[in-house]
Design a protein around this ligand. Sequence first.
Ligand code: GLP
Length: 268
Amino acid sequence: MAEVVIVDSGEAAGRLVADHIAELVHLNPEMVLGVATGSSPLSVYRELARRRSQGVDFGRSQGVDFGRAWAFALDEYVGLPEGHPQSYRAVIDREVTVPLGFDPARVNVPDGGDEGIESTGERYEEALVARGGVDLQLLGIGTTGHIGFNEPGSSFGSLTRVKTLTTQTRADNARFFDSPDEVPIHCVTQGLGTILRARHLVLLAFGEAKAKAVAAAVEGAMTASLPGSAIQLHEHVTVVIDEAAASRLEHADYYRWAQDHKPAWQGI
Ligand code: GLP
């Protein structure tokens, strides 16, 4: 089962997860961080960026240095012009690579360019395997229950490939574009099987709009119809959510109880 941590705010989630990532990169400066786009992981990136620029104390070490670490993004739109501000390459550059100080040559985003798109998934899988896989994968969850861009119906064994976005996801993401028609129809996303290979999954979700998807992913039946439920197969999952996102969880009281009695030596 996943460990569910219910926090007071996005900032508290950011601090908790940033603590852990900072520790990982301190222990292994060449760690592989799986990065996600969307608003959910932003508090983690902001907290890491703050520590990087201020060299804030966080227990075992000082500051945080991603200069030798690697990053792999979950997904990308297909067919956006190169440099489009809403391409996930551009988003990851803005939110992660620059503020956290990654070497751009060590930041990987699936190639959503039309040329060679048939084999783009295979190439991404090869790059992931060559790097030894992801140590910690940050995840958000879409209102359709998607993780990455694995829409309902995605196989639990799926690898990086081209997918078609649902009407719901295109509508959810239309706010980032000038008009809803501009949202691409296709994407390339790590598969559920790819995501499940990461050594630790950290799923973040905030707000009432996510409550249904969170409850289904954490406590519902495991089904390809709710791709986020694939996390139930993983041996090391941490779900970090606020009260609103936790509001439909049947066992929320138990999760709070477990956190209150968590052995001091156990991290996330
Ligand atoms: C997008 C991304 C997902 C993300 C989801 C939720 O569709 N492909 O990786 O988890 O949106 O976004 P947000 O965190 O902004 O709610």
